[in-house]
Design a protein around this ligand. Structure first.
Ligand code: ADP
Ligand code: ADP
Length: 223
């Protein structure tokens, strides 16, 4: 059974723009799936619908294996722009959502240390976002998402604003992270190379009319 199943999803915005029409997608537990397609084809909208941040105007989203009522607890979301709070250091940026979730101080301390180590920022806990490079800011955003221990990690063109060398490094780190954490990853990108490098499966989207044109599966497992 899939982790999440999107069936017949349509999204028409208030301004009349159709982002998705008849969109079907099953997310399998443990996979690294890329949503690949040109700008405007509805990738972000699909991701936001999976996260429950946007409601579809048509179709259903189901979590067949889950019993919990609020799946948002199991989801980590990483946006294209690192959304760090400039007035807080890296550790506090990771800590704030944990505090909002009611995680105890001692548990939070452990999670902060662990997630910063996972992204290689253990020496930058006290640094402020303005002191970090673009790549490091993105790492901090990923650490913040990981500290919630998500089953499902959703990344919306996370490395699009970074230079290629940094992107390659972060791609490798993301693959290593998934092997270590065994989480499911949905990765939105417009880069064919990036999706081919990272994914166990690629859903290719086109602009007309915002549905999946093809699915490509890795022949050899990535492990
Ligand atoms: P992608 O992530 O593939 O670039 P999006 O999901 O962001 O595509 O957008 C799909 C389409 O929906 C685009 O035409 C975009 O302009 C439109 N769209 C996205 N968000 C909104 C919104 N909040 N209101 C109106 N139109 C939107
Ligand atoms: P980029 O994203 O610019 O490629 P990386 O995250 O790959 O940066 O880090 C490159 C190296 O530079 C790392 O070893 C990091 O520790 C170091 N570094 C980057 N910015 C700083 C800083 N403000 N202070 C100290 N070291 C830094």
């Amino acid at each position: 059974t899939p982790l999440v199943s999107l069936q017949g999803i349509g999204k028409v915005f208030a301004n009349g723009v159709t982002a998705l029409a008849g969109f079907d997608l099953d997310i399998r537990a443990g996979e690294f799936i890329s949503l690949l397609g040109p700008s405007g084809c509805g990738k972000s909208t699909a991701l936001r619908i999976i996260a429950g941040l946007t409601h579809p105007t048509q179709g259903t989203v189901t979590w067949p294996a889950a019993s919990s009522a609020d799946h948002r607890d199991d989801i980590g979301f990483v946006f294209q722009e690192p959304t760090l709070m400039p007035w807080a250091n890296v550790a506090d940026n990771v800590w704030l959502p944990l505090r909002l979730r009611g995680v105890s101080k001692s548990d939070a301390r452990e999670r902060i240390a662990q997630s910063l180590a996972l992204v290689g920022l253990e020496d930058f806990a006290k640094a402020y976002p303005r002191e970090l490079s673009g790549g490091m800011k993105m790492r901090a955003s990923i650490a913040r998402a990981l500290s919630m221990r998500p089953k499902l990690l959703l990344l919306d063109e996370p490395f699009a604003a970074l230079d290629e060398i940094t992107r390659f490094k972060l791609n490798d780190d993301l693959l290593r992270l998934q092997r270590e954490l065994r989480c499911t990853i949905v990765f939105v990108t417009h880069s064919i190379y990036e999706s081919a490098y990272l994914s166990s499966r690629i859903a290719i989207m086109t602009t007309r009319p915002g549905c999946i044109a093809a699915e490509v599966e890795a022949v050899t497992p990535t492990e």
